[in-house]
Design a protein around this ligand. Structure first.
Ligand code: CO
Length: 232
């Protein structure tokens, strides 16, 4: 039944956007690459079940991750993989430049769900060196949607203009802004109502700022952790 409905929806979409449907059908990429993903998925699911027959049953029954990860959308920074955690142990929010904005309903909703419902005890903001989102904040302004998003990073760059100007070259400025951005997002998080209310009611909750190095796969703690309930 759902297959029939899906085909009906697709047919309706292709009626309104015939060029899109034709392009998808004609694309060799679409025909060759995506079916492989389903094969990969079957192999993965069967491997999980072999290693742990109750793996999926347990995941379905409960989700109780201790950690909320706020990271960059960059494909080279896969959250679970780089910290060696399996499914069910990391609640993840990713966007371009690992930004936390007060007007971003998406991020605020993830945060609220993590803190109020899942009761996560740690929030990790993880940036990474050589971040394209950060690099864009050094470039010229554009009319693209990304411009509105990275306005936050441009503002951080402006705030730290003197420090950045004193660095040896553009690459050093880029990498330092990757760090400064993490620090700024940790600061924003610590003032958001969801976090402040959790601290007020004594809920254990710490915020951390980390950075990932694409060149060697290593994480570094920027040592800006905040835990209102355990000062010092
Ligand atoms: Co990035």
């Amino acid at each position: 039944m759902s297959g029939f409905l899906n085909r009906l929806i697709l047919r309706t979409v292709s009626w309104f956007f015939p060029h899109l449907s034709l392009r998808l059908k004609a694309s060799p990429f679409f025909m060759r690459y995506l079916p492989q993903l389903f094969l990969n998925n079957r192999a993965w699911a069967s491997q999980q079940t072999c290693q742990d027959p109750e793996f999926f049953e347990r995941l379905c029954a409960i989700q109780k991750p201790e950690l909320l990860w706020i990271g960059c959308a960059d494909s080279r920074v896969p959250a679970n993989e780089i910290v060696g955690l399996p499914s069910g142990e990391l609640f993840v929010h990713r966007n371009v430049g690992n930004i936390v904005r007060r007007d971003d309903q998406n991020c605020l909703s993830v945060l609220q769900y993590a803190v109020d419902i899942l009761q996560t005890t740690h929030i990790i903001v993880c940036g990474h060196y050589h971040c394209g989102g950060i690099q864009a904040a050094f470039g010229p302004c554009t009319q693209d949607p990304l411009e509105g998003w990275i306005a936050t990073i441009r503002a951080i760059r402006q705030t730290h203009a003197d420090e950045l100007a004193a660095l040896v070259d553009d690459d050093a400025r880029w990498q330092r802004l990757c760090e400064l951005n993490v620090l700024a997002q940790v600061g924003v998080l610590s003032t958001l109502p969801t976090v402040v209310r959790a601290w007020e009611r004594g809920q254990p909750l710490a915020i951390h700022g980390w950075i990932y190095d694409l060149r060697n796969g290593l994480l570094r703690d920027l040592e800006v952790s905040i835990n209102a309930n355990q000062p010092g």
